[in-house]
Each structure stands twice: as structure tokens, then as C-alpha cells.
Design a protein around this ligand. Structure first.
Ligand code: PXP
Length: 240
């Protein structure tokens, strides 16, 4: 079964818009779990623009499975090692970006990535690398000893339906196949919505999708439980 990890960053974004107590990412996580999702994903950014250190500490205690997204920095590796989420997804991070824009350059900063993978795994944390579906990056993830890759679906999601999207889909399919031959488990995420998910289900070997923006946006109108359930309904036909 294809699993859903709900990214709750945008609940914290709304809270931070007023630097208030509400809406609570913890309550949001509980609602997502009540709807039946597999796990909760939260990105502790270096600038703490949405999720903060206290959120991570509380989420680790509360949720069934926490996937912590983080930059490959000593500070983040230290925090994750202390908090011990179930998994960490290593992402590139630039201060000015609205969201994570490209995949991690695991090949270009191999030593740093491999060191972080080792330290995190040594603390009992599964590690995933958020990378573009490029053979060089997938091989680097394998050589670095990562448990998972998370295929960056941003280009696919932004592509116009038709030829352009088909090309991006083919790259994701080839990437998943290569990762599978290298014994990497395959997740995917970024920009997935209730429409573009249908074709994405053609990508083989997927374990988990991490989805945030489209679910939180729909939840404004339907409530979080319904939005999560509707996404899980869309994922149900997946055959792998
Ligand atoms: N996966 C990763 C690694 C991300 O950085 C993000 C965005 O925070 C997501 C998944 C979720 O993307 P979206 O909010 O577009 O669904």
C-alpha cells in the first residue's frame, strides 16, 4: 500500500503569520493521524520560518511516525540526533526560496552527506535524500548508504499537462527503477495535488508520498480530516 506522509509546515506558516499560538501543528498532526495517514512530515528550516524546535520536540513525542526534513548542517544533525524522529529527509536549503526548489546535490557534496547519513543512522534514524531523478544523484544516494530517496516531483508537478509532463514522468519512472536496482526505497514529494497524482501513480516502487500544500489548501474548505482522506482515496489504486 502506498503511504501518505502529510507535511504540516503550512499550519505553522499560518500560526507564524501572526506569531500566535494557533493554528497548532500538533493538533493538525492529530487530525491527519485520525484521518488515517501513515506519518507526519515537518521541515525544521534553519530560519525557523514555520516549524520551530519546540514543535519538533513535541511532535516526536506525540505522533506515530515523524519524518523531519532538514538541511545537511551540523546544527540540524545535532538536533535530529537529540530528538530522534523516525526518519530524516535531507534537503537543500536556501534562505530566499519560497519552498525547497531543487533536489539535494548528493553527488557534489558527497562527503558531507555521507557523514550526516552515518551519524543519523547511528542514532537509529532512517535517512532519505530528497533528490532529482538523475542517475548521478541516485547512485550517490546509494553510495552514501541512504535508506531511501525521495524523488523531487516539483518539475513534474509544474509541467503543463501533455508532452512536457509526460517527459518529467518518464524521468521519475526511470529514477525509481534505477533506485530499486540499487536497493534504495523510493518516496516522492513536492507539488503533488489531487489532479497530478493520477499519472504519478504510474511510477513504480513507491513507498510513501509526502504531500503538504495541496492538502492544507483544501483543508481550509473541507477540514483537515476530509482533505487527508480524499488524498488517500486518490492513492488507493496504486499497484507499485
Ligand atoms: N518533500 C519535501 C522534501 C519538501 O521539501 C516538501 C515541501 O516542504 C514536500 C515534500 C511537500 O511539498 P508540497 O508542500 O508542495 O506538497
Amino acid at each position: 500500500m502506498l503511504k501518505l506522509g502529510v507535511n504540516i509546515d503550512h499550519v505553522a506558516t499560518l500560526r507564524q503569520a501572526r506569531q500566535a499560538e494557533v493554528p497548532s501543528p500538533l493538533l493538525a498532526a492529530a487530525e491527519c493521524e485520525a484521518a488515517g495517514c501513515w506519518g507526519i512530515t515537518a521541515h525544521l528550516r534553519e530560519d525557523r520560518r514555520h516549524i520551530n524546535d519546540d514543535d519538533i520536540a513535541a511532535l516526536v513525542k506525540q505522533v506515530r511516525r515523524l519524518n523531519m526534513e532538514m538541511a545537511v548542517t551540523d546544527e540540524m544533525v545535532e538536533i535530529a540526533s537529540m530528538r530522534r524522529p523516525n526518519s530524516c529527509c535531507l534537503v537543500p536549503e536556501k534562505r530566499q526560496e519560497l519552498t525547497t526548489e531543487g533536489g539535494l546535490d548528493a553527488a557534489g557534496q558527497f562527503d558531507r552527506v555521507a557523514r550526516a547519513v552515518k551519524v543519523l543512522q547511528g542514532n537509529g534514524i532512517k535517512v532519505s535524500l530528497f533528490i532529482d531523478a538523475e542517475p548521478e544523484q541516485i547512485r550517490a544516494a546509494s553510495e552514501a548508504g541512504s535508506d531511501y530517496i525521495e524523488l523531487h516531483t516539483g518539475r513534474y508537478s509544474n509541467a503543463a499537462p501533455g508532452e512536457e509532463r509526460r517527459r518529467e514522468l518518464d524521468k521519475l519512472i526511470a529514477g525509481a527503477e534505477l533506485a530499486h536496482t540499487l536497493n534504495l526505497k523510493v518516496n516522492a514529494g513536492h507539488g503533488i495535488d489531487y489532479e497530478n497524482i493520477d499519472d504519478l501513480l504510474k511510477v513504480p516502487y513507491l513507498c510513501e508520498l509526502n504531500i503538504g500544500h495541496s492538502i492544507i489548501a483544501r483543508a481550509v474548505f473541507t477540514g483537515l480530516r476530509t482533505a487527508v482522506k480524499e488524498m488517500m482515496d486518490k492513492m488507493r489504486p496504486y499497484v507499485g
